[in-house]
Design a binder for this molecule. Sequence first.
Ligand code: NCD
Length: 312
Amino acid sequence: MFLGALKLEFQGRDIVSIEDFSREEINHILDVSSSMEPLSSKGSDMLKGKILATLFFEPSTRTRLSFEAAMLKLGGSNIGLDSEIASIKKGENLADTVRTVENYADAIALRHILEGAAKLAAEFSKVPVINAGTGAEEHPTQAFIDLYTIRKEKGKIDGLKIALMGDLRYGRTVHSLAYALALFNIELYLVSPESLRMRKDVLQTIKTKIPVTEDANLETIMPQIDVLYVTRIQRERFPDAAEYAKLKGAYKIDLKTLHNAKKDMIILHPLPRIDEIEAEVDNTPQARYFQQVGNGVVVRMALLALVLGAVK
Ligand code: NCD
């Protein structure tokens, strides 16, 4: 379903790419997320009678559970598909799956291994499709959570110096986040091993909008940055296991790396963490990745309420 990107019109809209959202729309989503904070503990019946279908064809912990929790907190319900035993295993294609599920649900959250899968699903679906992560391409709802966390923790987004570190090539969260940050007045630093540099299409788009320092040195930029966003190496997306073995453990944040960090710098990570942030960092004042997980619920409450027309 596609109702066009009418300004501040969210009802019935798909959330396929963060690039479909203006700065004004992003700010509105963050404001609505904020207004969901009290409802997250009190509960609400805003989405009573509404059903979300979660179609996840890749592993997930946070994304799926927080979508489901968000729906329940707003009085709605969830139905899910176990991709291992669904008819997709018999050879049914995604388009037919979507044209089936739209009869049972008011919105679909889709996670898929293939880039373009959410766009395809949205073209076939009569109900809004929310991209919950497609291959190495995009993860727009995670970007809304990341922006919400930055704004909540730092009080603003404009004026910040932000570093994205890790697997910038195969990590989908950094792609959506980079597109979104390019709509704000920020300075971006990219830190990664050579073979995991930010993919070209993303880089070309963001470089026309904000200052980007490619191949930044973490030690050098540490005293200036306000946000350090770390990601894991996306092992499952490597074409070859030997390549992954070479890069495993290539970067790590520990207390030593943080010795010259600003006291009010914040460290974010979409999780799961493997070994790129040592456990000793969890107790530093800078660690904010578990608060970030918590914010996933209110942001997804806001997105569901908006596309299902319960809030404007
Ligand atoms: C991320 C994802 O699935 O892309 N996880 C998440 O949704 N928070 C990050 C990752 O898997 O590394």
